[in-house]
Design a protein around this ligand. Structure first.
Ligand code: HEM
Ligand SMILES: [Ca+2]
Ligand SMILES: [Ca+2]
Length: 327
């Protein structure tokens, strides 16, 4: 058990990681890249708003597994024994629209600037656009990421946090990526939009830590409502609950205010308020929407520079974001 907690040797965001990224990286090679991607994300948001939370989460799942290199977008070759990240259980609940959106943006960008813009940068820009479209901050995205040559399901399983992780485990995992307490709490604020399936929080409703009782840190009215949607057994696998019971479609600080009111959904969400190390940050961000937006933008920039690859030795520039370049 001792060694399982040891952070893996992933590149961190702190030193070096983001230095090579530049806001104007494509200013000569693809000056309109941001406008091109915006035209796609805006249209996707208007026709299929669930694209927003799904894409933001996709970016998180990319950066935490071997860095922001679009490794999460690779689909396994049929018949091959090698499972790509998307085959991992933690990656099973992305809306297909998130992939359609990336694919549309890539096709459009390739038509104007062939072979120039990486899928990893398209994902980073798309995620930022969706944050902004849902009412969150607008921040500049630094670019220059190359796409990764490796995508393994097992790497996803060991690097993506689980909803029943302890705050200690979250701090260690985020720390192994060069992200601190403030980043952990700010980034968890992404749960101000989107939905979770019953199985992600079912234990809290019926059998909290083996007590056969509900989690005491859950508001009784919310408990009742969630139990109605999510029966102890035999419920539908498709039922979801909004992360933010007050403003599920708006990228605002209500997520933190909910935690103070025992209205968190995942055990890990509510634990950020219970734990004395993270509680002050939850309370600070729950007091001031502007502060939340600023902290979130800063943490996203940091997360966006985890394990960035550059050049042909470690990276590739894909034509199709779901397929590695054939060598
Ligand atoms: C702190 C540890 C985290 C844990 C344990 C966690 C876990 C989860 C789980 C279990 C779901 C629901 C999956 C489902 O049942 O369908 C989810 C959804 C989501 N997560 Fe996280 N997450 C964490 C951090 C983050 C971060 C850092 C981001 C982005 C910056 C993020 C963005 C999202 C979004 C937007 C959704 C909603 C997806 C949708 O509605 O399609 N999460 N997360
Ligand atoms: Ca990755
Ligand atoms: Ca909200």
């Amino acid at each position: 058990a001792e060694c399982s907690k040891k952070p893996n040797k992933d590149a961190k965001a702190t030193t070096g990681g983001g230095h090579e990224l530049k806001v104007d990286y494509y200013s000569k090679s693809c000056p309109k890249v941001e406008n091109l991607i915006s035209s796609v994300t805006t249209e996707m948001f208007n026709t299929a708003p669930i694209t927003a939370p799904s894409t933001i989460r996709l970016f998180f799942h990319d950066c935490f597994v071997d860095g922001c290199d679009a490794s999460v977008l690779i689909t396994s070759k049929p018949g091959s024994g090698d499972l790509a990240e998307l085959d991992a259980q933690v990656n099973k609940n992305f809306a297909n629209e998130a992939f359609v959106s990336i694919q549309k943006a890539k096709t459009l960008v390739e038509s104007k600037c062939p072979g120039v813009v990486s899928c990893a940068d398209i994902l980073a820009i798309s995620a930022r656009n969706f944050v902004n479209l849902t009412g969150g901050p607008h921040y500049e995205v630094k670019k220059g990421r190359w796409d990764g040559k490796i995508s393994m399901a097992t790497r996803a399983t060991s690097n993506i946090p689980r909803p029943n992780n302890t705050v200690d485990e979250l701090i260690n995992l985020f720390g192994s990526k060069g992200l601190g307490l403030e980043d952990l709490v700010a980034l968890s604020g992404a749960h101000t939009i989107g939905f979770a399936h019953c199985k992600s929080f079912l234990h809290r409703l019926y059998d909290h830590q083996g007590t056969n009782k509900p989690d005491p840190s859950i508001d009784p009215r919310l408990l009742k409502a969630l139990r109605t949607s999510c029966p102890r057994s035999g419920g539908s696998n498709n039922v979801v609950a909004p992360f933010d019971v007050t403003t599920p479609f708006t990228f605002d600080y209500e997520y933190y205010r909910n935690l103070e009111a025992k209205l968190g959904i995942l055990p890990t969400d509510q634990a950020l308020f219970t734990d004395p190390r993270t509680r002050p940050i939850v309370m600070e961000l729950g007091r001031d929407n502007k502060k939340f937006h600023k902290a979130f933008a800063k943490a996203m920039e940091k997360m966006g520079s985890i394990g960035v690859k550059r050049g042909k030795k470690h990276g590739e520039k894909r034509k199709d974001c779901s397929q590695h370049v054939i060598r």
